[in-house]
Every structure is written in C-alpha cells, then in structure tokens.
Ligand binder design. Structure first.
Ligand code: SAH
Length: 242
C-alpha cells in the first residue's frame, strides 16, 4: 500500500503535471483532486508529466476535502507556515516514518497539499491528523506545489526502501475507524451540543467547535471506540433517561 496524494484546488496545469511526474519517480500512483481549477487533461499538464499522464488520467475528482478522505484512516496536511492550531508538526522525514508505519498497519493514508496561492485553510487542516512542514529557509518557506509533493514522495520512498516496522495489528474490533465513521460521530456530537445549547455565546461556536474537533481528530479511534462514543451521546437524550 502507498499513500494517496490529495491536491486541494490546484490552479496551474503545469503543477498537476509536475506532481504526476514526481509521483511516478517515487512509485506513487493514486492522485485525488478536490475541486481542481486546473484540468488534468490540459496539454500543459500532460507535457509537464513527461510520460506520467496515466496518473493524471486516473486521478479521482471530489468536490470537498471531506469527501476525498472519507475512506482513509490517516490524513497528513502539508503547510509552509505555522498555523494557530493545536496539531503535531512533523518534518518531511518524520512524516515519512509515520506514513510508513501507518501503511505497515494496513491503514489507508492520504497526504494533502493546498492551493498554490493560499495553501490549506484552517477548515482543511482541522480534518488532518497531523501536519507536515518541510524544513526550509524561514525567510522563504513556500515551495512550489510540485516540488513540495516531490520532497514528500522522495522521503516516503526512502523510508520504504528496506525498512519494516513491526505492525500494531488493527484486526476485528480494533480496526481503525475510517474518516467517514469518525465524521458521522462528530456530526452527531455537534447536533447534541446544539440541542443542549452548549454554545452559550453563539459567535464563539466556530472556534470552540474547531477546538473540539481537533481533540477528536488527534486520536486514532477504532471502529469499536466510535460506536462507544456514539452510544455515550445517547445517554444525554431525554428519551433514553426514562
Ligand atoms: N502560502 C501557502 C503556500 C502555498 S504553496 C502556505 O502557507 O501554505 C502550495 C502547497 O505546497 C502548500 O499548500 C503545501 O501543501 C505545499 N508546501 C509548500 N511549501 C511547503 C513547505 N515548506 N512544507 C510543506 N508543504 C509545503
């Protein structure tokens, strides 16, 4: 298994081609595009891919990041600059070690890259387990999208060469929950908190809710744990008290 590269709103066809080329260089095959502005069949993308157009042809298109990661277990978000968010930051090398470990446990892994101009926004980053910041000159920290994918793909490939980490088995009930399962718990939680008027000061809800979501996305919940959490929500409903 290999990590899936996810590009959020890529703007330049040349970058799509450069991403495909770098992926092929380091044996990655699966590309997902979220609301792409650049088209993967653009001749400029195909030319830049230098023979890796199969990756572009087979790229899967999604309208939201959330949909694009619903079947994945672990998601890493890449960012050039530090954000005001309580997340673990990893270098590209550290991230490659984590990704390799995840893959050896048969987890589906996605690595997310942002739009050229703005990078990933906070709503995107909140969906990611961990962040990855390629160490670069702090005075000039933003890499070109294609180059950023290349660096990460390179590190993942080096990590994969000749390394095996004893896997922590996710079998049966201890299988890790997918992002979709975790998201449906969060949706229920939000509804319950709305009903219970948890957000006393309405305008504070977005930031409080973001913090709460971060608490949950930092953890690796198993399918059973998600079921337990959903069960837990039920005890606060008036109908179940009688
Ligand atoms: N100003 C934007 C830069 C966008 S560059 C930002 O702050 O993120 C386009 C994408 O390339 C970024 O969203 C990120 O996915 C990746 N990228 C660029 N430089 C990076 C770096 N130093 N570390 C990790 N990812 C980087």
């Amino acid at each position: 298994m290999k990590p899936i590269i996810i590009l959020v709103q890529p703007q330049l066809p040349e970058n799509l081609g450069a991403v495909a080329r770098g992926m092929a260089n380091f044996c990655l095959t699966q590309l997902r595009l979220v609301s792409p502005i650049a088209k993967s069949d653009d001749p400029r993308a195909i030319a830049m891919s230098a023979g890796a157009e199969k990756i572009l042809e087979e790229a899967q298109i999604y309208s939201t990041l959330s949909e694009s990661i619903a079947d994945l277990h672990k998601v890493y978000g890449t960012t050039a600059c530090e954000r005001q968010m309580v997340k673990r930051y990893n270098s590209a090398k550290q991230a490659a070690v984590l990704v390799h470990k995840d893959l050896s446990e048969s987890l589906q892994v996605g690595i997310v890259f942002g739009p050229e101009r703005t990078g990933l926004n906070n709503d995107d980053l909140v969906l990611c387990n961990d962040l990855v910041q390629i160490p670069v000159n702090p005075e000039f920290s933003s890499l070109n999208l294609g180059q950023a994918v290349n660096v990460i793909a390179y590190e993942c490939y080096q990590e994969r060469l000749g390394k095996t980490i004893k896997p922590f088995l996710h079998v049966g009930e201890s299988e890790l929950a997918s992002k979709g399962e975790a998201q449906s718990f969060l949706n229920e939680l939000e509804k319950e908190l709305d009903t219970a008027s948890f957000w006393r000061i309405a305008h504070k809800k977005p930031i409080m809710w973001r913090n709460l979501q971060n608490i949950f996305t930092r953890s690796d919940f198993t399918k059973q744990e998600i079921r337990t959490l959903r069960g837990l929500l039920k005890i606060f409903r008036p109908s179940s008290k009688s």
